[in-house]
Structure formats: structure tokens, C-alpha cells
Design a protein around this ligand. Structure first.
Ligand SMILES: CC(C)(COP(=O)(O)OP(=O)(O)OC[C@H]1O[C@@H](n2cnc3c(N)ncnc32)[C@H](O)[C@@H]1OP(=O)(O)O)[C@@H](O)C(=O)NCCC(=O)NCCS
Length: 427
């Protein structure tokens, strides 16, 4: 990337101006390359929350929040969600191109080779309380995978990294399903490699040794779409966590566990769970106006969960796709008259017509619809974020791999503005 232009910075009175290269990507805003700033001026930049700071170069995902654009490797999410399945999208995120039929078959085979868990890992699970939150179990069990695949792992070897990617993508549905089964006290269901990736996931979640489970194709497609829509979202908090953890050369399974930890927070992956809890709190269509009034009241901290987005200010392209799936699933399962679904659809209608929400550009986001779809699929609210983690694992792995292979990669080490006591002596 040759610098096309320079930005000039005046560091203060009496100090010499500094020239910093401006670098352009293929889409999105240019960046000012400040790597030489400290050497040239003795100053750092201050940017809590990375509001104006690009932490890396990446060729994986692009978002234009104002225009409602989300691209994976250049392909619009609308095209991927309607023309591809999760395995193809995973291959694309990892390798940069959509697979040919042969490449897809080989990839799917590789994933299938790794769906089972070491039996010792299943024993590890019994250390958790039965009522443990599934995300707590996920953090622990995925982190524990590092104990099983560490000695033979060399992160600088591309083949070892690929092997870890297969393992992680294949084992996450198994781990999510056993976290669920453990919680409800049912026996674990082993993976069934005759089934497709998403069918197998549903099978491990909902089959029992006593009863066969034949997944409805509409439900398989709905879960597959949830996985595609959540597979990557560029440098969000959990992805940046995975990159930062991995920048020290740490074991990839431990890095993904760090990503799961970050995703768990209500400001990130926990929002769809919060949305369903809000619908339960509203309880009935007759109380919607009361809650809309509370959401508009500046003195009331209540917000409509599942409305608004930090990046997408006009529309969230994932929400449009998820809304379509939501109606397909409710139609297929005849659930339009269910109390909570009726409530959700009425809330959507009222909020979309309300001036407050229109002027502030607050639209239902992907979490609003994915919460409704997952509930219709029979997935309990406490599992929503675990499903999100299963989908995002491929994005995390792709970003981790890109970071390790980047010759400009350095250990992540932010600077600080120190505001504590200056040097002093112990009396
Ligand atoms: C997602 C979210 C954090 C984005 O926040 P943001 O970009 O920082 O926007 P702000 O918090 O500055 O909100 C802008 C304005 O809209 C209002 N607003 C934002 N989201 C709102 C909501 N869900 N309900 C009611 N009012 C909302 C804010 O009160 C603020 O009003 P003001 O300008 O009068 O102060 C925010 O919309 C939110 O809390 N949504 C609910 C939680 C959610 O669904 N999160 C999942 C995101 S995928």
C-alpha cells in the first residue's frame, strides 16, 4: 500500500510539523498511518474504545454502516444468505474465495472428521453446576480444548493453523449442544456425520436416545441463515479480543475462549437474550404503549432492546434477512398467534410508525429477529449467545489466521495517558 497523500500534524508551539502518510484501502475511509508519531514527536494518540483507530489491515469483512452494507470477502451478505450455505460461507471467510464443488466436499469432509470431542473433555464438563450459564460452560470447555491440542501446535505453521480451524468450527456445535444437554439433564447426543453441519447441530441439540429427531428443512435453513449472518462482523470487541490474545502467540483454542468471554456481555452478543427478556417483561400487547412511552422518556433508563445499532444507522442488512426468515419460520410452525410473537410483531409495527424511532433512525436490529426465530426453533433464551459464538467462531478463526500471517503483525500493546500520582517516595 504506497502512501498516496500525507496528513500534517502540528504537535504544539515551537515544535516541528510532522508528516504522516495517508493510506487508502479498497473501500471505506482512508487511514492516517501514525506508526512513526511517537518516534517523531514523543507523543501518543488517545482513542478509548478505538473510535477512530484502525487496529489492523484486513481483507475479510467490510461494513458501511451508513449505507447498510455488509460484505464478506467482497460478496454482499444478501447474496451469500440467499445463495450459499454456512459451510460455503465458512470456506469463503477462511480462504478468500467461494469453494468449487470439489473444494466444498473436501472442506465438509475435513470438518466432519473433527466433530467428536475427546471423552476426557466430556468428563471435564461434569465439574460444572447443572445451572451454570451455557456461556460460562463454553468459555471453560473451549479454553480446555487447548489442553488437548497444545504440544503439537505450532502457530507459525499454516497447516497447524488450518487444522485448528477445522477443529474449532467442527467442535463448537458439539460443545454448544452438550452445554445445553448438561443444563437440562439429558444425555449428550454424539454427532452424526451423515447429516449436514446445521442438521447435525439441531440433531445434537434436540434428539434424545429415546427419540429420533428429523429436522424440518425450514428450521435447518433458518438456523443456517442465523449462522451465516453472525459469522463475521469485522473488528468488533470479541474479534479484537481474539486478535489481541493471539498476538502473543497464545494457543488458538484459548484465544477463541477469550473471544467467547467478550461476546457474552450484554453490550455485544447478549443483546438477543436481553430482547426476549424485555418481551417477557412487557408481557402483553396491551402494555406496548406504556413501554414505548418509557423508551422515549429521557428520565427512564428503559430502552427498547433489539432496536438501534451503533454502526448501522439506516438499516441493518442482516435484520432484513432475519425478518424474512422470522416470517418463514412462524408460518411453517403456525406460531403467528403465540403470545410473545404477536407481541414482538406488534411492537415492531408500532415502533416503525413512531416519530421518535423514525427521527432517531432506530430500527429493529438483527438481534430482535434472531431472538424471535431462535425461540420459535425451541432454543432457550439462555442459549442464544452460545449459538452466536458457534457462528462467530469461523470469523474469529479467519481473523486470527490473517493476523498471524500478516508480516506487519506485532504483539498488541496499547499505550496510555497516565493520570496517577507522579513519582514519589515511601515516607
Ligand atoms: C445499539 C445502541 C447501543 C446504539 O447506541 P448509540 O449508537 O450509541 O446510540 P445512542 O445511545 O447515542 O442513541 C441515540 C439516541 O437514540 C436513543 N436510543 C437509542 N437506542 C434506543 C432504544 N433502543 N430505545 C430507545 N431509545 C433509544 C438514545 O436515547 C439517544 O437519544 P438522544 O439523542 O435523545 O440522547 C442503542 O441503540 C441501544 O442501546 N439499543 C438497545 C440494545 C440493543 O438492541 N443492542 C443490540 C445492538 S446489535
Amino acid at each position: 500500500m504506497p502512501p498516496q497523500n500525507v496528513a500534517t500534524l502540528s504537535p504544539g508551539k515551537g515544535k516541528q510539523e510532522i508528516e504522516l502518510p495517508i493510506v487508502s484501502g479498497n473501500e471505506g475511509p482512508d487511514v492516517v498511518d501514525i506508526r512513526s508519531l511517537y518516534a517523531q514527536s514523543g507523543m501518543f494518540t488517545y482513542d478509548p474504545g478505538f473510535v477512530s483507530t484502525a487496529s489492523c489491515k484486513s481483507a475479510i469483512t467490510f461494513i458501511d454502516g451508513d449505507k447498510g452494507v455488509l460484505l464478506y470477502r467482497g460478496y454482499p451478505i444478501e447474496q451469500l444468505a440467499t445463495r450459499c450455505d454456512f459451510m460455503e460461507v465458512s470456506y469463503l471467510l477462511l480462504n478468500g474465495e467461494l469453494p468449487t464443488p470439489d473444494q466444498k466436499a473436501k472442506f465438509v469432509d475435513n470438518i466432519k472428521n473433527h466433530t467428536m470431542l475427546h471423552e476426557q473433555l466430556i468428563k471435564f464438563l461434569s465439574g460444572f453446576r447443572r445451572d451454570a450459564h451455557p456461556m460460562a460452560v463454553m468459555v471453560g470447555v473451549v479454553g480446555a480444548l487447548s489442553a488437548f491440542y497444545h504440544d503439537a501446535m505450532d502457530v507459525s505453521d499454516a497447516q497447524h493453523r488450518e487444522q485448528s480451524a477445522f477443529r474449532l468450527i467442527a467442535k463448537l456445535p458439539t460443545i454448544t449442544a452438550i452445554a445445553y444437554k448438561y443444563n437440562i439433564g439429558q444425555p449428550f447426543i454424539y454427532p452424526h456425520n451423515d447429516l449436514g453441519f446445521t442438521e447435525n447441530f439441531l440433531h445434537m441439540m434436540f434428539a434424545t436416545p429415546a427419540e429420533q429427531y428429523t429436522p424440518n428443512p425450514v428450521i435447518v435453513r433458518a438456523l443456517d441463515r442465523i449462522l451465516i449472518l453472525h459469522a463475521d462482523h469485522e473488528q468488533n470487541a470479541s474479534t479484537s479480543t481474539v486478535r489481541l490474545a493471539g498476538s502473543s502467540g497464545a494457543n488458538p483454542f484459548a484465544c477463541i475462549s477469550a473471544g467467547i468471554t467478550c461476546l457474552w456481555g450484554p453490550a455485544h452478543g447478549g443483546a438477543n437474550e436481553a430482547c426476549l427478556n424485555m418481551l417477557e417483561q412487557i408481557g402483553d400487547v396491551s402494555r406496548i404503549n406504556e413501554y414505548i412511552a418509557r423508551a422515549k422518556d429521557k428520565n427512564d433508563p428503559f430502552r427498547l432492546m433489539g432496536f438501534g445499532h451503533r454502526v448501522y444507522k439506516n438499516f441493518d442488512p442482516r435484520a432484513t434477512l432475519m425478518r424474512e426468515t422470522c416470517h418463514e419460520v412462524l408460518d411453517e410452525l403456525g406460531l403467528h398467534n403465540d403470545r410473545l410473537f404477536k407481541l414482538a410483531l406488534e411492537l415492531e409495527k408500532i415502533a416503525l410508525e413512531d416519530d421518535y424511532f423514525i427521527t432517531k433512525k432506530l430500527y429493529p436490529n438483527v438481534d430482535f429477529y434472531s431472538g424471535i426465530v431462535q425461540r420459535a426453533l425451541g432454543i432457550p433464551t439462555s442459549m442464544f449467545t452460545a449459538i452466536f459464538a458457534t457462528a462467530r467462531t469461523v470469523g474469529w478463526v479467519a481473523q486470527w489466521n490473517e493476523m498471524i500471517s500478516d508480516p506487519e503483525q506485532k504483539i498488541g500493546r496499547p499505550r496510555q495517558l497516565y493520570v496517577g500520582a507522579p513519582r514519589r517516595d515511601v515516607p
